[in-house]
Structure formats: C-alpha cells, structure tokens
Design a protein around this ligand. Sequence first.
Ligand SMILES: [Fe+2]
Ligand SMILES: [Fe+2]
Length: 237
Amino acid sequence: MVIAKPKLIAIPKVRKDVMSDEKEHGSGSVEPGDTSKRVGAEVIRERGVDPEELREKLIDAIGAEFTTYYYYTNLRMHLAGEEDYKEITEDARLEDRAHFELVVPRVYELEGSLPNDIRDFADRASCPDAEVPTPMDDSGGFDTSDLEVEDILEVLLEAERCAIRTWSEICDMTREADPRTYDMAQRILNEEMDHEAWFIELLSKERDDEINPAGHFARGEPGDAPYSTNNRFNDSA
Ligand SMILES: [Fe+2]
Ligand SMILES: [Fe+2]
C-alpha cells in the first residue's frame, strides 16, 4: 500500500508592520514611539476617568499616609507605659508608611510627581493632622499634665476613619476604569479597616470599659502590612 505524501503548504511571509495593523491591540490613540504620552494613562481616560485628576487625588491621599506616619510616631511615644497600645499603634504607623510606598510609583506612572516642598505635601494631605491632643507648654514642649490615653486613642481612631473614607473614594473612582490603582487602593482599604477595628476595641475598653472586640490580634511582625506589602521594592520599604 502506498501512502500519499502530505502536501506542503507554503506559508506567506508577513511583514511585521503589516502584522501589527491586523492585531486588535497593536496600535491605538498613542502614536508608535511617542514617549510624550502613556497608553497606561490613556486607557484610563478612555474608560471615563481623568488620569490627571486621579493622580492629584492620589498625591493628597499619600500625603495623608506620610503625615500620619509622622504623627503616629508622636502619638505612639505619648502612650507611655501602655505597651499593648504602643504595639498596635506601631503596626498602624508602619503600615501607613507602606501605603505611601505602595502608591508613590503610581503617581509617576500617571505623569505626576511629589511636591518638591514637603510643606506643600503636608498641606494638601487629604486628612487632618493627627496631633497629640495637648497644648504646647511655654518652652515649646508638650504640656502632658492633662494628657489622657483615651484622647490619644480617639485621635488615632478618627485618623483611621479618614483613611477609610479616602481609599473608599479612590476605589469608587477606579473600580471600572483603572484595575491597577484599584488593586492598590483596595489593599490599603483592607488594612485601614483593620486599623479602625483595633482602635475601636482599645478606645471602648479604655474610655467606656466596654468589650468591643476587633476580631484581630497584633501583626506577626510590626507593620506587617499583609495586604499592601507585596509591591515593596526592597527590605527597607
Ligand atoms: Fe494608611
Ligand atoms: Fe491606618
């Protein structure tokens, strides 16, 4: 029995430039080689969100993360003798720094930049300053004579609530249009909700002698940032 040889079919050579025209996503609103625009920003605009407005909102939001990291340093120190409260505040403090670190690159991807003057950055933060709730004394130091632990816990709680409102707004803005920013915002939001629950538990017990469980325990390592940590660039971030 003779088996017929299969016919060889010649495949025509296609030039690369012609091929790209045939692919659905081979070209778009940004000209090939144009470095003055970013497809990563234009696709967001095409989906109905102004990338400039979004990135300015992100700068305001990470301004709040950065200033909160600073203010929490001071608040934590003034919880003197309350080691459990200090530990929880430290987790929240370091996670706010992680939130700042997570989103900074996104600002630049959206063609923005951090303000050159840190005062401008602090002024535009989207949340109020989380100051130690005590007046300064005559020498410029803190007057701690009337400082109550519950007052510090209340400042911490309200700072977390502002963060929840901020990142919820960014989730709403980006849910359909910008999966990358949405992913970051929802990771941060997860941790902000943890933080609120921690300070509700501590304030309820301290101020009202009420048991109001957060449902969580302190992080394994200080400032573990279990949701927002995956985009760190190195061990110091
Ligand atoms: Fe935060
Ligand atoms: Fe927080």
